[in-house]
Design a protein around this ligand. Structure first.
Ligand SMILES: [Zn+2]
Length: 429
C-alpha cells in the first residue's frame, strides 16, 4: 500500500524504499520478488532520464526593472502551475489547486511529414518561454505560454502519435501511449479521434452497478428531522445513473425504487451483469449524543484491515445476517480476498473520493475530508470486481443532514463520483 501511494504521488524516494522492503521481506519468505526487482531497476534508469526544466532565474530578469521590494510571492501568485516535468513517457503538470477536465483542451493536427497533439491547458507557468521537454521516442515536445491563461504543450512526431491525459486532484498527466510499437507503424491512415471520443471509447463498454444502500423496511440511518439515509442515497444514485449513462457507461441499479433488498443479492446482480465496478452508496451516522460532532465524506474499500473507525462503520452497514456469523467464518471469507482486486478497489476509492470531495466543496467549502479507508464491508464481499462503499456525508449531523437533502448538493456529489469513475477508467482502461 505504501508502495502504491508512492507511485501515485510520484515520490521516487518512497517508491525505492518500499520496493527494497518488498524485496528483502519477500526473499526471507521465499517469494518470487523478480517483478519488484525489475521495477526497482527501472526506477534507476528512470532517474537517469528524468529531465526537469531548469528554473529560469526570475529575479535576475526582473531586478533591473523592479525595485528590490517586489517580493517573489507577489510574482508567484499569478502562476497557477507549480511545476512541469517529463518522466518516462509522461509529462506531469502540478497545479496549485485541484483541477477538472474543463482545464484541458485537446487538438490533433497533421503537419508536414508528421502529426501534432496539442494540449491547451488553463493555467500560468512561470518557466514557459518556449521550452523543450523530452520523452525518448517522441520527436519534440514544446511547452509555451500561449496567452496569460493558457499553457500549451505540443507533441510532434512522424508517425501516429497517441497521447492521453488524466487528472488526479492537483495533477495533470499527459501520457504517450504505445511508444514501443510506434516505430513499427509506417502508415498514417488511422482515423483521427478527439479526446472526448477517446474517453467515450474507454467507457463505452464499461458496466457500472450502482447500489443505493438500504430501502423499504430498512431506512438505514435516521438523522434529525426524520431524514432518512435510504432517501438521500437513492436520489444520489439516480443522478449518478443519469450522468454515467450520458457519458456512455452501461449502468444497472440494485434497486430502482424504495424497496428492501438482501445484502447478498446486491453483489449477485453485479456479478450477473459482469460489472466492471460496483459502487455502494451510503450516508453515515453516529449516536444522538454525538450528532453535532461527526461530519464529512468517507470512501471505503473492502479489505481484511480492521481499524476501529472502519469497524464501527462496517458493523453499522453490515446486515443482521452477517453480524450473526462467527469470527472464524468471517475470517475465512476475508482471507480469500484477491489482492489485485483490493489494489484496484483502493485505486477506485481514491479517485472517487478526491473527485467527490472536490465537487462537494464547490458548494460547501467546509465539507470534512474523512479520507479513504479500508474495512470488512460485507456488502462488498461477494463482488467479483473492484468495489467501493461511499459515505456521502453524515445524515446525523444537523447541518450536513440538511445539505444532504438538498437536490443541488445531491447532484454535485453524484457529479464527483462520476468524475472519479471516469478518472479510474482513464488510468486503468
Ligand atoms: Zn448505510
Amino acid at each position: 500500500m505504501d508502495y502504491l501511494k508512492a507511485v501515485l504521488n510520484s515520490n521516487t524516494d518512497e517508491e525505492i524504499k518500499n520496493l527494497e522492503i518488498l524485496i528483502s521481506v519477500g526473499k526471507k519468505l521465499n517469494k518470487n520478488v523478480s517483478k519488484y526487482e525489475r521495477a526497482l531497476s527501472q526506477i534507476d534508469t528512470k532517474n537517469k532520464t528524468i529531465k526537469k526544466i531548469e528554473p529560469i532565474k526570475i529575479d535576475k530578469i526582473t531586478s533591473i526593472k523592479k525595485p528590490k521590494i517586489t517580493s517573489i510571492d507577489i510574482n508567484d501568485s499569478k502562476y497557477t502551475i507549480k511545476s512541469v516535468e517529463s518522466r518516462n513517457n509522461m509529462i506531469i503538470i502540478d497545479f496549485k489547486t485541484p483541477i477538472t477536465k474543463d482545464f484541458v483542451r485537446f487538438y490533433e493536427k497533421n503537419v508536414k511529414d508528421g502529426q501534432q497533439d496539442i494540449y491547451d491547458i488553463k493555467g500560468r507557468f512561470k518557466d514557459a518561454y518556449p521550452t523543450k521537454l523530452s520523452i525518448p521516442g517522441v520527436k519534440q515536445i514544446v511547452i509555451s505560454q500561449e496567452d496569460t491563461n493558457t499553457l500549451r504543450i505540443l507533441f510532434e512526431d512522424k508517425t501516429n502519435l497517441k497521447t492521453i491525459y488524466f487528472i488526479n486532484n492537483n495533477r495533470l498527466i499527459l501520457k504517450v501511449l504505445d511508444l514501443d510499437n510506434k516505430t513499427l507503424a509506417t502508415t498514417n491512415n488511422k482515423p483521427k479521434i478527439s479526446t472526448s471520443k477517446k474517453i467515450q471509447n474507454i467507457v463505452k463498454n464499461k458496466i457500472v452497478v450502482l447500489d443505493a444502500g438500504h430501502g423499504g423496511k430498512d431506512a438505514g440511518a435516521v438523522g434529525p428531522h426524520k431524514r432518512y439515509e435510504k432517501v438521500v442515497v437513492y436520489n444520489v444514485s439516480r443522478y449518478l445513473e443519469t450522468l454515467l449513462k450520458h457519458r456512455g457507461y452501461k449502468v444497472y441499479l440494485t434497486r430502482n425504487s424504495d424497496r428492501f433488498i438482501k445484502l447478498q443479492n446486491r453483489t449477485l446482480l453485479a456479478n450477473k451483469r459482469n460489472a466492471d465496478v460496483f459502487i455502494s452508496i451510503h450516508a453515515n451516522s453516529v449516536p444522538k449524543s454525538k450528532w453535532n460532532e461527526a461530519h464529512g465524506v468517507e470512501t471505503f474499500f473492502l479489505s481484511p484491515a480492521r481499524s476501529e473507525r472502519a469497524k464501527r462503520v462496517a458493523e453499522k452497514e453490515n446486515s443482521m445476517d452477517v453480524r450473526k456469523m462467527n469470527y472464524s467464518s468471517k475470517n475465512v471469507l476475508l482471507s480469500i480476498l484477491n489482492q489485485s482486486k483490493i489494489t484496484a478497489s483502493n485505486k477506485l476509492a481514491i479517485d472517487i473520493h478526491k473527485n467527490m470531495l472536490y465537487e462537494a466543496r464547490q458548494i460547501h467549502k467546509d465539507v470534512d475530508d474523512g479520507g479513504v479507508r479500508e474495512g470488512p464491508f460485507w456488502v462488498l464481499v461477494g463482488a467479483q470486481m473492484p468495489s467501493v462503499l461511499v459515505e456521502v456525508g453524515y445524515i446525523s449531523h444537523p447541518t450536513e443532514g440538511r445539505r444532504l437533502y438538498n437536490k443541488k448538493y445531491q447532484q454535485k456529489i453524484a457529479l464527483g463520483i462520476a468524475n472519479g469513475i471516469d478518472s479510474y477508467f482513464l488510468k486503468n482502461p
